[in-house]
Write a protein that binds this ligand. Sequence first.
Ligand code: UDX
Ligand code: ADP
Length: 456
Amino acid sequence: MTKICCIGAGYVGGPTMAMIAKKCPEIQVTVVDINEQRIAAWLSDHLPIYEPGLAEVVKEALGRNLFFSTEVDRAIEEADIIFVSVNTPTKTFGEGAGCAADLQYWELCARRIRAISTTNKIIVEKSTLPVRTAEAMERVLHSGDNPVHFEVLSNPEFLAEGTAIADLEDPDRVLIGGHDTPSGQAAVRKLVDIYATWLPREKILTTNVWSSELSKLTANAFLAQRVSSINAISALCEATEADVTEVANAIGKDRRIGSKFLRASIGFGGSCFKKDILNLVYICETYGLQEAADYWRQVVLLNDYQEARFVKKMLKEMFNTISGKRIAIFGFAFKANTGDTRESPAIRVCRALAAERAKLVVTDPQAIDNAKLELPELLGEIEFEEDPYKAAEGAHAIALLTEWPEYKELDYEKIYASMDKPAFIFDGRNLLDHKKLFDIGFEVYSIGKELRSHLK
Ligand code: UDX
Ligand code: ADP
């Protein structure tokens, strides 16, 4: 029986391993983490992450061939294949601070694997990592006198949060990078066979290790760049009489451009985009490619600009003062259908509004607990409220920051009646029916569209 161990039971490791266990009942999959609470949560009825459809997948395999444990060493020793899905945040110190990936968790894993292993193993990079990490890891794994052979593969994860289960079930492609050596190719075949249990082989791409690593960063950079591109156009739309949704629709019909990922917004968030682009920037700079680095950095700068522009607009439209005004924040997650708040634009927007002394009340269907962790310095000042109607009661404004579909279905007449007047809505996701809101009486500001105001 093939035994898989996955180190890191987070947003990537948990769902991915649950899917492999579901699809391959003959493989034993053990997910380990040093975080005891997280492991306990995976074993409980309240999974540590909210992801539609995940609970069913976990339930099907849990205890059969899917296990969660804190016994990291044992799982490493028993495994034939070890996936490493630990966090790789942006470095906050030293060389490359603010840009390069902090590989301390990864390296600790490599050292542990080296210390524990007594049989040959395939090590799979699942975390997003800078190009050539595999090389560094191979050096760590093969240093010392342990005769065990480690074959390192890159198998980046392309799942998006909120749709992780569908993305794992039917991905556009699976990418596996391995070395062009007999043992490298044998390891690649072994991993291909696992994915081929449920995916057509033509969807499984094999490349060299570096191409695979770089493809992950490039995919995220391109996706983020599309968001920044349409957001740059949204600023222009607001200055002219163009409507960004109409522009996105018109350009998206061009099959070379495509219609997806052209939703103008307050900006992208999530644990990947910013981190991966900054990583790319750092790598370009390391190789002396300053212009290429600057090009990609601009994608992040534009994202910062979009967030700042949103706050400025709120301030300006609300008569240049929001001090003491109650503002309801609809949605704190970085996107809909997840409780994840990492790098969510809501963090910066709330901080900026709080700095203007607004009284914030945050509501979100899944992310309130995480929101509290993101804003420790404001805990005494911000109110958290599960019910959006209560959040909006007595508010001067609603700032919609996450495109939760349920926000579309709310009774805005009722909300309007309960708010202070003039009642503003700032729709940072262009989710709502702006004409209808305007007809109810709201002052409506959206992204890249005309301002609908009764005051002018
Ligand atoms: C992303 C990649 O899509 C995924 O392939 C990779 O594995 C991890 O990073 P994720 O961060 O989960 O996934 O979410 P994604 O759907 O890509 O959205 C990222 C951010 O961009 C969100 O804040 C989202 O709201 C924003 N976005 C996305 C827009 O503002 N407009 C769009 O048109 C699309
Ligand atoms: P991602 O979104 O990439 O999955 P997460 O932060 O959600 O990132 O998950 C990474 C997990 O890896 C965390 O639960 C963390 O506790 C775990 N982790 C980090 N270092 C180690 C380690 N050395 N051994 C085991 N687990 C680790």
